[in-house]
Design a protein around this ligand. Structure first.
Ligand code: NI
Length: 190
């Protein structure tokens, strides 16, 4: 396993539409190694998720995990999940606003509208099918990571007037946001 370098905003790889992988490729030692490296890099950086494009590999693979995350202390835990060739569809029109950040966008957060309920169809790292509906902050994390595979960053979707450094977020926005998002999490359950 190895910690890989995380591409930063401005690097063209973050704007590439990643290509799908085949079952044969997915089973290869190189692709399994890439998945291990994505997980290790995500853990090292305290990320809630990391997409292959962020480690300079434009293939449709991402990892998601929230385990008492210090960057996002209000996020309910999500077990380690690998999505391969994920396809997201919104279940209905309900949306919520989330202050997002990204390991590829240093020291910036912003309010992004996300769907509350999304269906995810994908493979796991062994090629087994995943088909489930995810909700709330978990659904927001899935949408953020899958955006990366289409060359999109949260800054494309955020209201620019809400952009904030992490320090100014803590000083001026965190308390009100955490109160609002905790009520949302209590209502949605994730
Ligand atoms: Ni990101």
């Amino acid at each position: 396993m190895a910690i890989r370098k995380i591409a930063q905003i401005g690097h063209p790889v973050l704007r590439q539409v990643a290509r799908e992988v085949t079952q044969e490729e997915l089973a290869s030692p190189a692709m399994q190694q890439l998945i291990d490296d994505i997980v290790e890099t995500m853990h090292d950086a305290d990320g809630a998720g990391l997409a292959a494009t962020q480690v300079h590999e434009p293939v449709r693979i991402c990892a998601i995990e929230v385990r008492n995350n210090p960057r996002y202390p209000y996020k309910p835990n999500i077990p380690l999940t690998i999505l391969v060739n994920p396809k997201l569809t919104s279940v209905d029109d309900e949306q919520f606003e989330n202050y997002e950040g990204c390991l590829s966008v240093p020291n910036l957060r912003g309010l992004v509208k996300r769907h509350v309920h999304v269906r995810v169809q994908a493979w796991d790292r062994y090629g087994a099918p995943i088909d489930e509906v995810v909700h709330g902050l978990k659904a927001g994390t899935y949408q953020h990571e899958c955006d990366h595979l289409d060359g999109k960053l949260f800054v494309d979707r955020a209201d620019p007037s809400t952009f904030s450094t992490w320090n100014e977020f803590d000083r001026h926005h965190k308390a009100a946001f955490v109160e609002k998002i905790q009520a949302f999490v209590a209502r949605i359950g994730s």
